[in-house]
Design a binder for this molecule. Structure first.
Ligand code: ASP
Length: 439
C-alpha cells in the first residue's frame, strides 16, 4: 500500500504543527511520499511565508534593501527548526536566495522557496530523502505543465526511493528556470506524485475535516460530506466551495486514485473521500450546496424568437466578442436570458447591448442586477422524486422569490437564481429541508 500525503500551509505553520504532521506520517507506514506546502498562517492576522516571499522579492526588484524582510522569513524557519530540536541549518540556502533575489531570479523562483525550504526541514525531521521539485516536475517555456514528461521521469526517479519529500507548488522549465503553479498549487503536486507512484490513495491534509455540505460562514457547523464524486466536486468548486485546487483532480482522476481530504488538527476524523464513482448513496438527498453572488441577468425578448434559427448563437456572439463568459442561458418561448458576472459585464454593458441589437435585432433588452446563483448538487437527486419540489417549497416558506431555475441534463444539479440579499436565507432554507430535517 502506498499513500502520498500532502500537507497544507496551516498544517506546517509552526513546530507544533510539524509535530502533529510527524505523528500522522509515522502512524501509517504506507505514507511514503510527502508533499509539503510553505508555512502558512499561525493565527488569523499572520502572513503566509509565500506572501512574505513575494513581498520581499518585489522590494528587491525595486532596487531597495530587502535583507530585513528576508531575515523575517529566515526567522520563521529557524523557529520551526528550533522547536523541532533539529541541528539543521539553512544558512547556505538563504545565502543563495539572497544572491538570486538581487540578480532578479523571478517571482516564481522567489515564491517557490517557501516550499523548497519547508521540504528541507521536513526531510530532515522525518529522515526521508529530499527531492527538489525543479528536477522532477516540468513545464515548457510557455509555462504549460508537461504532464507526460513529468510522469515518466518522476516515476523513474521515485522507483527505487522508498520514502521521499517532494516540495509542492513548483517545478522548472526546460531552461531550468523555476515555475510555479497558480496559488494553492501544492495540491496539484501531490496529485502528480500520486499518479507517478501509482498510489493507492492521495491524502490531502488541511485544517478542515473535509468538504462541508454548505459554507460554514452561512450555516453553523454544517455536516461533512463523507464521499463525493469528481463531477459533484467540480460543480461545487465552480460555485465557490474551495478546499482543494481545482486542477488537483486531473492527474489522479483517470488513474482511479481517490483523494482523501483530512484534518491535521483532528486526525481521527475520516474526512471526505473524492472518488470517480461510488455506489454509496449520500447520507442526504443532496451532496452539497454552494453559490455565488454578483450576477446580472440580460433578458432578451423577440416575437417569434423560437422559430428564428441562429438567434441564440447571434446573442451569444455578442458576449464572445466582448470577451465575456456566460454562466447560464435559460430560455422561454420568446425570451432568452443570459447570466453573466456583474464585475465582468458592468464596464462593457452598453457595448454589449448595442452588439446584441446589431447582431440579433431583438424587440427589447432588459437588465436585472445583483443576483445570486445557488447550486444544489447531488448524485442522489437523480433517483429521488420531489427534490425540486422540496427546494421550491422551502424557498417559498422562507419568503424567497426565485428568479431562475435551471436543472442540468445530468440531473446532478439544480441551479437557482435569487436576489443577492436573499442568498444566505436561501441556502439556510435548502440546508434545513434536506439536512436538518433528515438528521
Ligand atoms: N504556498 C503556496 C500558496 O500559498 C502554494 C500552496 O500552499 O499550495 O499559494
Amino acid at each position: 500500500m502506498i499513500k502520498v500525503v500532502k500537507f497544507g500551509g496551516s498544517s506546517l505553520a509552526s513546530a507544533e504543527q510539524f509535530k502533529k504532521v510527524g505523528d500522522i506520517i509515522r502512524a501509517d507506514e504506507s505514507r511514503k511520499y510527502v508533499v509539503p506546502s510553505a508555512p502558512g498562517k499561525r493565527f488569523s492576522e499572520d502572513i503566509k511565508v509565500t506572501d512574505m516571499l513575494y513581498d520581499c522579492y518585489n522590494t528587491a526588484l525595486e532596487g531597495k534593501k530587502f535583507s530585513d524582510k528576508l531575515s523575517k522569513i529566515k526567522a520563521r524557519y529557524n523557529e520551526i527548526i528550533k522547536g523541532l530540536g533539529l541541528s539543521l541549518s539553512l544558512e547556505e540556502e538563504f545565502k543563495v536566495i539572497e544572491k538570486k533575489f538581487a540578480e532578479g531570479a523571478g517571482s516564481d523562483y522567489a515564491a517557490s522557496r517557501g516550499e523548497f525550504l519547508n521540504g528541507k526541514i521536513m526531510a530532515n525531521y522525518l529522515g526521508y530523502e529530499f527531492i527538489d521539485a525543479a528536477e522532477v516536475i516540468f513545464f515548457n517555456e510557455e509555462g504549460e505543465f508537461l504532464a507526460d514528461k513529468t510522469n515518466v521521469l518522476l516515476a523513474k526517479r521515485l522507483k527505487d526511493v522508498e520514502r521521499a519529500v517532494i516540495p509542492g507548488f513548483y517545478g522548472a522549465k526546460e531552461s531550468g528556470a523555476v515555475k510555479t503553479f497558480s496559488r494553492g498549487g501544492s495540491d496539484i503536486t501531490g496529485s502528480i506524485v500520486a499518479k507517478a507512484v501509482r498510489a493507492d490513495l492521495y491524502e490531502n491534509w488541511t485544517d478542515v475535516s473535509g468538504f462541508l455540505v454548505a459554507d460554514p460562514r452561512i450555516i453553523d457547523k454544517p455536516e461533512v460530506i463523507t464521499t463525493i464524486t469528481y463531477k459533484e466536486l467540480r460543480e461545487l468548486s465552480y460555485m465557490g466551495a474551495t478546499v482543494l485546487h481545482e486542477d488537483a483532480i486531473f492527474p489522479v482522476r483517470k488513474e482511479g486514485i481517490p483523494i482523501n481530504i483530512r484534518n491535521t488538527n483532528a486526525p481521527e476524523d475520516e474526512g471526505t473521500m473524492i472518488v470517480e464513482s461510488t455506489c454509496r448513496q449520500p447520507k442526504f438527498t443532496i451532496t452539497g450546496i454552494a453559490g455565488k453572488k454578483g450576477f446580472v441577468a440580460v433578458n432578451i425578448e423577440k416575437d417569434m424568437m423560437n422559430s428564428e434559427i441562429g438567434f441564440g448563437r447571434k446573442v451569444l456572439e455578442a458576449f464572445e466578442k466582448h470577451d465575456i463568459s456566460f454562466e447560464h442561458v435559460p430560455s422561454g418561448i420568446d425570451t432568452m436570458t443570459v447570466f453573466v458576472q456583474q464585475s465582468e459585464f458592468e464596464g462593457k454593458e452598453q457595448a454589449v447591448l448595442s452588439e446584441i441589437h446589431r447582431l440579433s435585432q431583438p424587440d427589447s433588452i432588459d437588465l436585472e442586477s445583483d443576483l445570486a446563483l445557488i447550486a444544489v448538487v447531488g448524485r442522489g437527486m437523480k433517483a429521488c422524486r420531489g427534490t425540486a419540489g422540496r427546494i421550491f417549497s422551502a424557498l417559498a416558506h422562507a419568503n424567497i422569490n426565485v428568479k431562475m431555475i435551471d436543472q442540468g441534463s445530468s440531473e446532478l444539479n439544480i441551479i437557482i437564481g435569487v436576489s443577492n440579499q436573499d442568498f444566505d436565507a436561501a441556502i439556510k432554507a435548502i440546508y434545513d429541508i434536506f439536512v436538518l430535517v433528515q438528521i
